[in-house]
Write a protein that binds this ligand. Sequence first.
Ligand SMILES: Cc1cc2nc3c(=O)[nH]c(=O)nc-3n(C[C@H](O)[C@H](O)[C@H](O)COP(=O)(O)OP(=O)(O)OC[C@H]3O[C@@H](n4cnc5c(N)ncnc54)[C@H](O)[C@@H]3O)c2cc1C
Length: 420
Amino acid sequence: MTHPVSARRRQLLQGTALGMAALATGCASVGGSTKPRVVVVGGGWGGLGTVRALVEGGKVQVTLVEPNEAFMSCPLSAHYITGWQPASDFQRSYAAIDRLDNVRRVRERVLEIDRVKSEVVTGSQRLGYDFLVLSPGIEYMEEAIAGYAQARDQLPVGFRAFEQAAVKREVDAFLTTGGHFIISAPKPPYRCPPAPYERAFLIAEQMKKRGTKGKIILLDANAGPMPGPIAKPILGAMKSLYSAEIEYMPNVDIKAVDMGKRALQTSEGDIPFQHANLVLPMRANGLVRQAGLGERWAAVKLPSFQSQADAKVYIIGDAQGSPLPKSGHVAFNAGKQVGEEILDRVAGKTVAAAPGPVDLPLGICWANVTHNTAININVASTVEAGQAPKLKFSVDPEHNTRSGAGAMSWGTGMWKAMLG
Ligand SMILES: Cc1cc2nc3c(=O)[nH]c(=O)nc-3n(C[C@H](O)[C@H](O)[C@H](O)COP(=O)(O)OP(=O)(O)OC[C@H]3O[C@@H](n4cnc5c(N)ncnc54)[C@H](O)[C@@H]3O)c2cc1C
């Protein structure tokens, strides 16, 4: 059983002293305000959770730095990529954020984090902070497949906002002309492990509907679908619904791509293709390494998500390196938790650490098998001082319409919480 005290509060004893020390040197005036300054980098799932929590009470001045003019969801975007729904179903504007008091949105890319000066550097300004929350997501490890960097424009991954349109073009071309469509799944950790299987399923469903001649070759770097608890329902759905459309090849290592020959060089020999969606191995956004906050992933303390290197900095979402699932649900709720902790630190609150395990943000993920059915994957996690977190999966035994409807209403509810 987990202790009812929220995870963030366990860290307050150690967090408060550092927080107040930081504030003693900070609180520079922003537009005449002397409120503590919180800079949030990334207006995706984690960053928006943070902003939503920070605005409560109007105690801090928040700057959200995000280069995109709008939000596009990766969750559920397979319905757009495979032609079932328009892109607009998965996009939202930042208007609701712009209406919030004490929040300024800067539409720029962060180029550098200067932790010595406590400043975030964009192309046109330096933004000082008392607290920094990073939720910049992931980047692709292009060097993992020789020749990929040169072929990048023809082989979009589409695991980041607004990249989906390029994948949709590949899928549309395949559904029209047929041939071999390769989808790959890398070794974890990567963003939303069920997603490559979901894409394969929804493309296969369209193949049946449109009579596309050809096949999807699903190259998995793993021995079976990841994470392990989803393997049975995923393989079951593949066999019962798509045995004619999907050829599944586990334990395949992709070494190189040759766009001249349109072939992949793999541990199982050369595989020719007409169209492809290679899902590359991933690491944290480069800002994490530039700022000295981690290598492949940011090193954080749990349950607080505070950087191991800097008490003023929190890293949430897919960029952080805990074993929690790389899920938008986790990212949004970690953002809310971190926002609340910062407000507590600003208020100088101290709360006694609770004994025993504490809850970490819940993971909720959906793998659609058809446009109307899905497999629901929930991951509950706890952590105890000095120990690795414990994860407990609960997964639908097979795809069903209840989870199909649940996926869409979950998405709608989350986008409303972020941007409604
Ligand atoms: C196909 C697919 C299906 C998915 N399905 C699910 C699901 O069912 N359930 C679920 O919970 N999760 C799902 N996910 C995972 C979910 O999308 C991620 O876990 C979530 O987006 C992580 O949030 P984040 O804040 O870390 O990153 P993001 O949401 O990617 O946000 C990062 C933001 O940072 C911005 N940024 C990047 N660099 C900079 C910079 N230098 N300066 C300023 N801003 C910057 C980006 O523009 C972006 O807006 C899915 C993902 C994919 C790809």
